[in-house]
Design a protein. Sequence first.
Length: 248
Amino acid sequence: MYFNLKRYLYGMAKRKWMGVLIIIIPLAFLVISSLIPDKYTVIQNVVIRDDAPVALMTEPEGFMTYERLSRDASVFFLNSYSLTKLTSDIMTGWAEKYGSVIGDMIRESMSLQRLNERTVQIVYVGKSREVGEILVGFYADRLVKKAHEGMIRSNSSLQADKPGLEGGMVTQEMKSHWRPERMKPLVYCVVASVFLVLLLFGFIEWNDSSLKSERQIARYTGLPILGNIPDLNRVAQVIHSKERPNTV
């Protein structure tokens, strides 16, 4: 056992240049991660003014202004009807995939942003392009419908800027050289790389047919070993170091 360990360490020392292979997998992970989009921004413009009424069943009047709604967007994004509609009809299997964190995911990724006095943006920022386009499309259409319904409930006359979609949906890819959430997979890559390189050291050394000890030579030749010659290079280095004068 000691001989095998000694032989393994000797092989590592002899081929220490192979240690640079450890960085290949982590480096490849970092390069690929920086080149592949890992987040997406999906935007849909909606024409709606701050004073536009938006139907909301939880209000006594049955509606509230958009300006008031935008102060707490969760009232719009996380109401029970929207979540039920998404999980049961639009995105079948959503609940099985995201479980109880569906509300947290929507809260973190969806937002309402005022672009100008007549236009707002429904914005998704997250990891899934498909999910983002579905959510933005659903909530944009729902906001327009609720604005029209709010006008009916409030007996408001049609305005010049009637609520509606403005332009098409815009999807933008986001890339980054580094994100904190990559640290965990990077550590896994380093551990896997070290393990594979150690295996490679062992594979090469155990497939090296050269003789490594006097015992191997005796076993291979069938002859007794009467003596051995030490590594003269090491002997010369020791002698040279002893002869070297001390400097002050």
